[in-house]
Design a protein around this ligand. Structure first.
Ligand SMILES: [Zn+2]
Ligand SMILES: [Zn+2]
Length: 420
C-alpha cells in the first residue's frame, strides 16, 4: 500500500513553512508588545475537558472530535481548540489570583474531523490569546485591537471586525424563550439541524448556513430588545473603546459563534478573498468557563486565529512574505583537492551564522555559478586547484559580477564579518 499523508493533513514544505514562520514571528512580536506570555499545553487532553468546556451540543463535540481510548481505556481527545486546555492549565497551576490580569498566548496544531476544503484541514494551526481577570470592556477592546494589529502587521488593509453581544445569564434566558417561541412557529421551514438546535440551544440556529434558515432568521426577535442594563452598558462602552482604538467594527446581531462558553461579547473577522463564512479569527468573552471547569470565578476574553485561512487570504490578496534579508554565501569547489578547504570555510561561515550553501560536491565553474544563482546566493567563494596552490580563493559577487582574489586569511575574515 502506498503511504501518504492522511486525508485532511498535509506536509508543509520549506517554501510554505517560511510563510508560517513569518506569521509566527509577526504574532510573537505583537503578543510581546501587549505583554502576553506563552503557554504550551499538551496536544491531547481528557475528552471530558472538551465536553464540559465547549459543550456537548456543539458541532465540535458532537461530531468533530478525534477521540480515542488509550491502552488503559481512558478517553482522550486531540485538542480541537485552544481555550479549554489553557483554562485547564491556569486552574491546575493556580495562576489566577483575584484582581490580577493574566495574559497568555498559544501557537500550535488543533484537530477536527471535518470535510477537508481549501484552507480548512483536519489538522490546522491556531494562534490565540486569552486574557483572564478583567470583567470590564477594556479587556474585550484590547483583545479585538490586538487581533486587528496582527492582521495589519501581516499586511492586510481595511480590516473590519464584526461584533455582537449574546447577553449574560440574566438576560439570555429571556431571549432564548422568545427565540424558541419564534422558531416553533416556523419549525416547518427550518432544516433538521435547526429544528434540533431550537430545542437544545436555540442561539445556535444563527450558525446555520442554509439559505432558507437564514431567510427565516431575518425576522427573529432582536437580542438588543432583551439585553439587561449591564450587558447593554458593556457593549456600548466596548464599541466606544474600539472607535478610540480606530478599529473598524460592524455590529451584527446574527453573530453567535459555535461554542457554549461565550458570554456577552462575541466577534470575528473575515477577509476579502474568502467566503463570508470563512472568518480568519474569532473570539469572545467567557466569564463562566473557569468556574465551570473547577477554577475560581474569573472573567476572561480570548481570540484565536486560523492560520491556514490567513495564508489563503494572503495568497488571494497577493500579500507576499517579506524577502529573506540574510546574505547567503555559496562555497564552490571546482577541483577534488579543494573540497577540504571548501568544507573548512563553510564550517567557519556557519559558526558565524552566515547562511552558507555547501553541498560537499564538485561542480564545474559554470554549473556551480548557476547553482549559486538559483540558491539566491549573493557571494560565491570559488576554490580550485590553481587557487589552492596559491593559497588563495576567488570571491565573486553575483549581483555586480565583480570578483576579487583573496588570501585564505582574508576570506576567513570576510566570512566572519563582512559577508553578513
Ligand atoms: Zn445581561
Ligand atoms: Zn438550519
Amino acid at each position: 500500500m502506498e503511504l501518504k499523508a492522511q486525508r485532511g493533513t498535509r506536509d508543509i514544505l520549506p517554501n510554505e513553512a517560511s510563510c508560517f514562520e513569518f506569521l509566527e514571528r509577526t504574532a510573537r512580536k505583537i503578543f510581546a508588545a501587549y505583554d502576553y506570555g506563552e503557554i504550551r499545553t499538551p496536544i491531547f487532553e481528557a475528552t471530558d475537558l472538551f465536553v464540559r468546556g465547549i459543550g456537548a451540543s456543539t458541532d465540535i463535540v458532537s461530531k468533530e472530535m478525534y477521540s480515542f481510548a488509550d491502552r488503559k481505556g481512558r478517553s482522550l481527545t486531540l485538542r480541537p481548540e485552544g481555550t479549554a486546555p489553557v483554562v485547564r492549565a491556569v486552574i491546575e497551576h493556580n495562576l489566577l489570583k483575584s484582581n490580577q490580569a493574566v495574559k497568555l498566548f498559544y501557537i500550535g496544531p488543533m484537530f477536527r474531523y471535518e470535510r477537508p476544503q481549501y484552507g480548512r484541514q483536519r489538522q490546522f494551526t491556531q494562534f490565540g490569546v486569552e486574557f483572564f481577570g478583567v470583567a470590564e470592556p477594556t479587556a474585550d477592546a484590547e483583545v479585538i485591537s490586538l487581533s486587528n494589529h496582527f492582521l495589519k502587521g501581516i499586511g492586510f488593509q481595511n480590516v473590519t471586525t464584526t461584533i455582537n453581544t449574546i447577553g449574560c445569564e440574566t438576560c439570555r434566558p429571556k431571549y432564548n424563550v422568545a427565540l424558541k417561541g419564534f422558531l416553533r412557529q416556523r419549525q416547518q421551514k427550518l432544516c433538521a439541524d435547526c429544528q434540533h438546535r431550537a430545542e437544545v440551544n436555540p442561539l445556535r440556529v444563527f450558525d446555520c448556513k442554509q439559505m432558507d434558515c437564514k431567510a427565516e432568521l431575518m425576522h427573529a426577535p432582536d437580542m438588543s430588545d432583551f439585553m439587561c442594563k449591564d450587558c447593554e452598558h458593556h457593549f456600548s462602552t466596548l464599541v466606544n473603546f474600539l472607535r478610540d482604538f480606530q478599529v473598524n467594527v460592524t455590529v451584527s446581531r446574527n453573530l453567535v459563534r459555535g461554542f457554549d462558553y461565550y458570554t456577552r461579547t462575541v466577534f470575528e473577522t473575515s477577509l476579502s478573498g474568502l467566503g463570508a463564512q470563512d472568518a480568519v479569527l474569532g473570539g469572545g468573552r467567557y466569564d463562566n468557563l473557569i468556574e465551570e471547569l473547577g477554577g475560581p470565578p474569573t472573567p476572561a476574553v480570548g481570540v484565536s486565529f486560523g492560520i491556514e485561512r490567513i495564508i489563503v487570504a494572503m495568497q488571494k490578496q497577493h500579500i507576499a512574505v517579506p524577502a529573506e534579508q540574510d546574505v547567503m554565501v555559496f562555497i564552490l569547489a571546482i577541483d577534488e583537492e579543494a573540497l577540504a578547504l571548501a568544507g573548512r570555510l563553510a564550517d567557519l561561515a556557519r559558526h558565524n551564522t552566515v547562511r552558507t550553501r555547501f553541498d560537499g560536491i564538485l561542480r564545474s565553474l559554470k554549473s556551480g555559478l548557476r547553482a549559486a544563482d538559483k540558491a539566491g546566493a549573493q557571494h560565491v567563494v570559488i576554490i580550485g586547484k590553481h587557487e589552492l596552490d596559491q593559497q588563495q580563493v576567488i570571491v565573486k559577487c553575483l549581483q555586480s559580477g565583480k570578483q576579487q582574489t583573496m588570501t585564505i586569511k582574508e576570506c576567513e575574515a570576510f566570512l566572519q564579518g563582512s559577508a553578513k
